[in-house]
Design a protein around this ligand. Sequence first.
Ligand code: HEC
Length: 300
Amino acid sequence: MDACVAAIGTDESTLALWALRYMHSPKAVNGLIQAYQKSNDPALKKQILQTVARLYHKEAPYDASWWWSTRPDTHGPYYKAITWESSPAIKTFLTQEWKKSSDKQAYADLNAKLRLGISEFGGEEVAAVKEEPKVDLEKIKNKKGQVGESSIEDVMLAIAQLKGDPSKGKTLFTNQGCIACHSLSKTEPMKGPFMGQIGSIMTREQIAESILKPNASISQGFSTVMITAKGKKSYMGFVTEENPTRVIMRDITGTVYTIKTSDILSRKEMENSMMPSGLANALSYEEFASLVTFLSQQKK
Ligand code: HEC
């Protein structure tokens, strides 16, 4: 760390700053801020500023109570970002420099890129919520076929023996309403857990269990939240997108709601899943095996 801080502004500067991006230590942060203040080179100052901004958050320690889930989130740099000891000092430094700067856009860009969540800087993306075809999930659930009439254990045993037909599974994914809450391609709007690579993450058995018993395990990031908002409004659903100004969520019918953060009065996590159970009830073993096989073939 000392060597990296000492190398800022030398020929090895770029490499040193690259390494410093990973050093979440007050000593590294102080070294960077001091180097920034000493430098008169605008290009170097910009690089240092970016490094400091990146250190604002760090990755939450992994405690096995959650996982990275299937949300296609390529937006870096951290998956579950948390602030740490030096975050207040970094925020003060960035805010001071932002006030002095004539290039406010650069700070808005940093804020968006690194998801700093410092709303004064602006730059957070505005999400466009598209209209989508409405799926009648109640109607799907109320039909009873082989799957609905058997115990989960029997269904699991049956599909272990049946391969099914993945092309039929693809049609079932649409017909059974899965598309209301899951997408198969990264170009589709963000919904519930991403299914486009579910086969790399879950086994056939796990996929089948997730469909038959949605409450058995809840994927991280998609737990059910209950939000109460101004105007005596309340919403229950899972969050599909969130930034400091608004929360976008979907309810159990797949309907999208956008709620302004400033209107939110309370927010509580619930134990149950927002994925309705019984969506596969109408299917035969063969059809259910096709759906599960289709999903297990979705790999990156
Ligand atoms: C109303 C919205 C909704 C519908 C409709 C829906 N799901 Fe889900 N699904 C969710 C939510 C929310 C989760 C995450 C919570 C959980 O794990 O239970 C989830 C989780 C899953 C998971 C586990 C993924 C993981 O990463 O753990 C699988 C597999 C899945 N759904 C498949 C399906 C299939 C197949 C269908 C159609 C038969 C379907 N879902 C219909 C909302 C929905």
